[in-house]
Design a protein around this ligand. Structure first.
Ligand code: ASP
Length: 595
């Protein structure tokens, strides 16, 4: 029997035709002498009817169980009135089976495919069956369409797909790497690339002008819900374009992908916000603009008060005092406020001061309800109400302390409380965040680190600040943010060897280490390297958003768990002593490392 079409594509157009379909038994129902089979393939379901007139076919149908793989030939006819299923493309028709062939029976599946309450462990252990579920088939097909849309757009704009090595070299580029021991070179290692960053730059130096790749990247970091040790980027690099031109071209890519894949229109052009403004107004460099709330700056105001918590933060070198007004938040219960206090503690906040505005006309203990009102003069309370535009019935939260903690805590609270309390509008809010700082201070290592990566170009003239005030140097770096997620980030790159060396030096990378780790880059930069820049998009996150799922694991065919395991194939796994010997490796007894 030769298949003529997909189950999920059969509809009225096929009426009275004889079709041959192949797929899996999704459900089998015996209805007093007639057997109904929902036959499933990647395009959807179709109803097969087997009646006893054809004895052999009927007998086969009786023996079918869930997940048997079968082929069916039959005639397409309308469903009887009253049995039409508007949810299915094939819902108006059914196929009267002439022949049913069992291609392969199935053992009883480990779970019902339509079970909504499966644990992730069960799903990942039996991923092959899990992937058969209609939702997962949809997600994977959507991912394919998104990738095709990106490829078409990039191809139409002259981008060339060039592969880059997976066996790379250990370099201090930022993230912790996965190492691969060399059998041939005793004691030497490859590293898996955290991104093809330097290869794509060298492709520009080699004259390819516009490059892209949909590529796996590897980072051995602690996994959060939205992270995978191997993940996929749409990686792009261009020559001879300004920062603005690169952003325009890439905005077109994002717009096209979302339009072609899920038919949504984004604002044109995307709004642009500087990093400084984003941190001041939203406490985050990836603000969720669906939430209609902003932070209010109070640091200057609190330099005058005696209240230690606020004054101390305001006087700190990198301190901040800010407020978040929650309109109508006066109705928050003690328990709700306590829950938000616990929530901000995750971000390092030591507490969560608040004022309930009972009567905005009385900026004192009469009109304001809060343990801190008595510590603040009326003029300051009045100023707080004015700056936050607070009205009676509102609640004002406060963050005070090191700038980073205040931003992280109030930024996260803004998004959370905003969603909880109905201040989030539905829809899509894309945004460019630009003008990132070149460096950020790593207090643990007591040195400056690259905010983006060490190959990012400073704004014109900002090299001059590297020694005098590294924190003030701004980079030609940009992120694309969508609904509070950073979906892409990139920069104009350094194309002059002297500037590159200066950045390495600012990061505390000695001349010897520069040669050992990045000699290949410094050499290539000498031979007329073109001005260039690019971006990389987190393809897993983008497709998860398009599919409307929370976890990127739901748009990755074979993902790892949060503990970095693949439960289907059971890896990481032990290897033989001989394999280790070949690689010149000995496994140490656990030295207190976390397992
Ligand atoms: N390679 C960078 C990253 O993975 C993106 C870029 O600058 O193009 O974040």
């Amino acid at each position: 029997m030769k298949r003529t079409d997909y189950c999920g594509r059969i509809d009225r157009r096929h009426l009275d035709q004889t079709v041959t379909l192949a797929g899996w038994v999704h459900r089998r129902r015996d209805h007093g002498g007639v057997i109904f089979i929902d036959l499933r393939d990647r395009e959807g379901l179709v109803q097969i009817v087997c009646d006893p007139d054809r004895a052999a076919t009927f007998a086969t149908a009786e023996s079918l169980r869930n997940e048997f793989c079968i082929a069916v030939t039959g005639r397409v006819r309308p469903r009887p009135a009253g049995t039409v299923n508007a949810d299915l493309r094939s819902g108006e028709i059914e196929v009267l089976a002439h022949e049913v062939e069992i291609l392969n029976p199935s053992a009883t599946p480990p779970f019902q495919l339509d079970d909504e309450n499966l644990s992730e462990t069960v799903r990942l252990t039996h991923r092959v069956i899990d992937l058969r579920r209609p939702q997962m088939q949809k997600n994977m097909l959507l991912r394919h369409r998104a990738a095709m849309s990106a490829r078409k757009y990039l191809d139409a704009h002259g981008f060339v797909d060039i592969e880059t090595p997976i066996l790379y070299k250990s370099t201090p580029e930022g993230a912790r790497e996965f190492l691969v021991p060399s059998r041939i070179h005793h004691g030497h290692f490859y590293a898996l690339p955290q991104s093809p960053q330097l290869f794509k730059q060298m492709l520009m130096m080699a004259g390819f002008d516009r490059y892209y790749q949909i590529v796996k990247c590897f980072r051995d970091e602690d996994l959060r819900a939205d992270r995978q040790p191997e993940f996929t980027q749409i990686d792009v690099e261009t020559s001879f374009l300004t920062e603005l031109e690169i952003r325009d071209l890439m905005e077109g890519l994002v717009r096209t992908m979302f339009k072609e894949t899920i038919d949504v229109d984004f604002v044109d052009p995307f709004p642009i916000m500087t990093y400084a403004d984003a941190m001041r107004d939203y406490g985050s460099d990836k603000p969720d603009l669906r939430v209609d709330l902003k932070l209010t700056e109070l640091t200057d105001l609190m330099k005058t008060v005696d209240f230690k918590v606020f004054r101390g933060a305001a006087d700190m070198a990198q301190g901040r005092v800010a407020a978040l007004r929650l309109p109508g938040g006066g109705t928050l219960t003690r328990k709700e406020i306590d829950d938000y206090t616990t929530f901000v503690a995750i971000y390092g906040a030591k507490g969560l001061a608040y004022i309930k505005v009972n009567d905005a006309a009385k900026p004192n203990e009469d009109g304001l309800q809060s343990p801190i009102v008595k510590f603040l003069p009326e003029a300051v309370l009045r100023a707080i109400l004015e700056r936050t535009s607070a009205a009676s019935g509102d609640l004002i939260f406060f963050g005070a302390g090191p700038e980073k903690v205040v931003n992280d805590a109030l930024g996260a609270l803004r998004a959370k409380a905003g969603h909880d309390r109905g201040f989030a509008k539905p829809g899509w809010k894309p945004l460019w965040v630009v003008d990132f700082p070149m460096f950020e201070y790593d207090a643990e290592r007591k040195s400056w680190a690259a905010r983006h990566h060490p190959f990012t170009a400073p704004k014109d003239g900002h090299e001059a600040l590297f020694e005098s005030d590294p924190g003030a140097a701004i980079a030609k770096a940009y992120d694309v943010v969508l609904n509070g997620w950073e979906i892409g980030g990139g920069s104009v790159r350094i194309h002059k060897p002297a500037v590159q060396q200066k950045v390495f030096a600012s990061l505390g990378i000695s001349a010897e280490e520069q040669r050992a780790k990045f000699g290949f880059l410094l050499d290539a930069l000498q031979y007329g390297a073109p001005p260039h820049g690019g971006i990389a998009f987190g393809f897993d996150r983008m497709t998860a958003m398009m599919a409307g799922v929370e976890q990127i694991r739901d748009v990755i065919a074979f993902p790892k768990t949060q503990r970095g395991q693949d439960l289907l194939i059971d890896t990481p796994s032990a290897v033989t002593e001989q394999q280790l010997r070949d690689l010149h490796i000995r496994v140490r007894a656990t030295d207190g490392a976390k397992t």
